[in-house]
Write a protein that binds this ligand. Structure first.
Ligand code: PRP
Length: 182
């Protein structure tokens, strides 16, 4: 059985605070894209819940949307040193000349968003902005700043709201920290 099965979790951002933070983020995005049709690209799998909440709130702010998803993969423990990111599933929408918002759950080393945003830039969008639920700046390997950040967190092992530990805990409606034995 996976070690993840019995993990001890401690809440870090409760559901109320989490949604308040996302609401503020949506206000900023809605102000910036008022009157435009925004092309949202969510990165799977981690961003599924954040993207779903984000687009529903943008709908309530009268922002028209076109939504697609992209899956990229980083490679296991080797990722730390090699930093390899590969495309697993590309988008199926046209982005040329469109305002694009790339959405991910967490900006960690920066490799995933660096790779994904370079890839989307090849489609020649009118603009390309990035939006993350969490930013862990202390972990950055590739210099990358997201345009919209929900919460900045220290270097803790966080799960929930799309983030997993061996596929588990993505369904949590709040963010928790996995406690490791000292
Ligand atoms: C996680 C997360 C981000 C990425 C961030 O994805 O969802 O996409 O890592 O890390 P980075 O900034 O160091 O590149 P993961 O590869 O674990 O896949 P998942 O989305 O399926 O959880």
């Amino acid at each position: 059985m996976s070690e993840a099965h019995n993990a001890i979790l401690e809440p870090l951002i409760n559901e109320v605070d989490l949604h308040a933070g996302i609401s503020e983020l949506v206000d900023r995005i809605a102000d910036d894209f008022e009157g435009e049709e925004l092309y949202v690209v969510g990165l799977l799998r981690g961003s599924f819940m954040f993207t779903a909440d984000l687009v529903r709130l943008l709908y309530r702010r009268d922002i028209r949307l076109v939504i697609d998803f992209m899956t990229v993969a980083s490679y296991g423990a080797a990722t730390e040193s090699s930093g390899q990111v590969d495309m697993m599933r590309d988008i199926h929408i046209e982005l040329e000349g469109k305002p694009v918002l790339l959405v991910d759950d967490i900006l960690d080393t920066g490799r995933t968003l660096d790779f994904a945003s370079r890839h989307l830039a090849e489609f020649k969008p009118a603009s390309l902005k990035t939006c993350v639920f969490l930013d862990k700046p202390s972990r950055r390997v590739v210099p990358f700043e997201a345009d919209y950040v929900g919460f900045t967190v220290p270097d803790l092992f966080v799960v929930g709201y799309g983030l997993d530990f061996d596929g588990r805990y993505r369904e949590l409606p709040h963010l928790s920290v996995v406690k490791t034995d000292a």
